[in-house]
Structures are given as C-alpha cells and as structure tokens.
Design a binder for this molecule. Structure first.
Ligand SMILES: [Zn+2]
Length: 303
C-alpha cells in the first residue's frame, strides 16, 4: 500500500480525488472478519458488557475551562455516582469496565484501586479527555504510552483496552494500539458484534468491541442550558430503547454493549432506570455479564 497517496493529504475537492486517494482513506481503519463466537461463555445466549466512561472533571478541563460550577458537576460523578454504581454492580454481582482519563485517575486514585479490587476493569480513556484524533502523531503516541503506565501504577492493573475520548481515531491511533500490544479497542461503529480491525486492509489481531450513540446515556440525558434542547429524555424512554437493544442482541445471540457516564447515569432517577434494566436482563437465565477485556479475550479465542 506504500504507493498509495497519503490519506492525510486531502487537498483538492473530494469529487476530484483519484480512486487511490478515497480508497486509502476508507481502508485506513476498517472492519475485518467478525469475531462473534458460535456461543458465549458457559453456553450463554447473549453477552452483556456494561461500561462507564469516568470523565468526571475532565469533561470541563478537556476544553481548557476552569469553571468551578462545571467541575462540581464532574465531581458529582466520583462523589455520588461511582458509589451508587459500585453498590449496584455488587448487589447483582456484575463486573463492568471503567474507561478513565489519567487526570481523573490522579484526582481519584482510591476509586480506581477499589474498582480493580472489586473485579472491574480500568481501561485507557486518554490523558485529560483530549480530542485524540486531532493530536500530532508524536504527542498522541507519547500520551497513550504514558496513559497505560500511569493507569497501571495507580490502579494496580495493566490496561489491555482503550476507548478513545473522541470515539474516533487519527491516522496514527491504530498503529499505536498495535505497537502497545493492546487486546481491544471500543470506539468504532461498524457492527453490533465484535470484529477484527483492519489497517490499510491488513488484519491487526486487534478486537473491536463496537459502540454506538444509540447505546450511550449521554445523547439522551445531556442538555444545553441556553438552547431549546431540554428537558431531558425521560429515563422510561431510554429504558425502552436499551431493553429493545438488549432483546435484539439476545435474539441474534450477540453482544449488548452499553456506554454510560457516572456524572450522567448516577442521578437518582437514572440509576433507578439502570437497576430496572439490570433486573430485566437478569430475568433471562442465559446471560453472560463480562468486562470488555473478558469479552475481547473470549472472542479472540473462540471466534
Ligand atoms: Zn469520555
């Protein structure tokens, strides 16, 4: 592929691009073979992977903002929501994955250690929730390497997976993941089921556990206080969507992966909705609750 045009060099209008140019852009990061296994662990019919992106204060800091009011909304995520989430997961014996920016881990080191000690996973989520896809390649590589080291030092467990803060890749992200030997990424959207990531058409061995906005609490519960984008979606409506997504995953014997944010989902009306969702999922006898790392390992060994 070395004779391909540099996909970053997108001069010229798209309708003037030679085939090699748009093809190189499309092929840079692509879904390869499905890694959906024949059956899940212990014969389960559906795998359920709950994740919490612990953005906390970095929701503010990432934009260079310093507002104590906004920072307090992030602190709520650690101070109120994480204890609620931990006790909910403990009540139903469910392991989950927490994707944590390094700055959050440094502000709340005990939180990360406790999560790992309780059997949860802590994964990479950038340094300060920067827009990773906009970073110069050298900076991005340095940040990702140091993020893995810092999370290991703070949490006590070496991270094996990543969710990018932007839910996007730069043209270097995938090659950095490969160099780091990561097991999986969870930021792309080409399928409902796990798949192998291709780079420039080449299988990478890296597992993708796909996300989608439809399975993300933020899109339903975020608001802009200065525009008409309120009130919030009622939790009952979000429960209806999440239940239907789970039902579909179970019907297809696939993966139900949900992304949540502590400072969003941890409010009383919403944590009650999450508990109702968990009780609904647990009403089926054939469900495997697992961390993202466990799902990725299983897919790699059994697909
Ligand atoms: Zn995030």
């Amino acid at each position: 592929m070395s004779d391909m045009l540099d996909p970053i060099d997108i001069n010229g209008e798209p309708w003037q691009w030679p085939d090699g140019k748009w093809r190189a852009i499309v092929d840079k990061v692509r879904a390869g073979r499905s890694l959906k296994p024949e059956r899940w662990n212990n014969g389960a019919r559906v795998a359920v992977a709950l994740s919490f992106d612990s953005d906390h204060e970095t929701s503010t800091l990432r934009w260079g903002e310093t507002s104590p009011g906004k920072l307090s909304q992030g602190q709520y995520g650690s101070r109120v929501s994480i204890p609620r989430i931990r006790s909910l997961l403990a009540k139903y014996s469910i392991p989950a994955s927490f994707f944590v920016p390094v700055v959050v881990a440094k502000i709340h080191p005990d939180e990360q250690r406790a999560l790992v000690e309780e059997g949860h996973e802590v994964g990479i989520h950038g340094w300060i929730h920067e827009l990773n896809s906009k970073l110069p390649p050298g900076n991005e590589r340095d940040i990702m390497m140091r993020a893995a080291d810092e999370l290991e030092r703070i949490s006590g467990a070496r991270p094996v997976g990543m969710r990018t803060p932007s839910w996007d890749f730069s043209s270097s992200t995938l090659s950095i993941c490969r160099e780091m030997g990561l097991l999986y990424d969870s930021s792309m959207m080409a399928d409902d089921e796990p798949y192998e990531l291709l780079e420039d058409g080449e299988p990478t061995g890296l597992v993708e556990l796909p996300v989608e906005w439809i399975k993300d609490d933020a899109v339903y519960f975020n608001m802009d206080r200065f525009s008409g984008l309120r009130p919030y979606t009622p939790p009952s409506a979000v429960l209806e969507i999440f239940k239907a997504e789970f039902d579909g995953a179970r019907a297809e014997e696939g993966l139900f992966l949900l992304t949540m944010h502590p400072h969003i989902i941890g409010h009383r009306s919403r944590i009650a909705m999450l508990e109702e969702l968990i009780r609904y999922i647990r009403s089926f006898p054939d469900v495997w609750f697992a961390t993202h790392a466990e799902v990725a390992h299983y897919c790699k060994e059994n697909a």
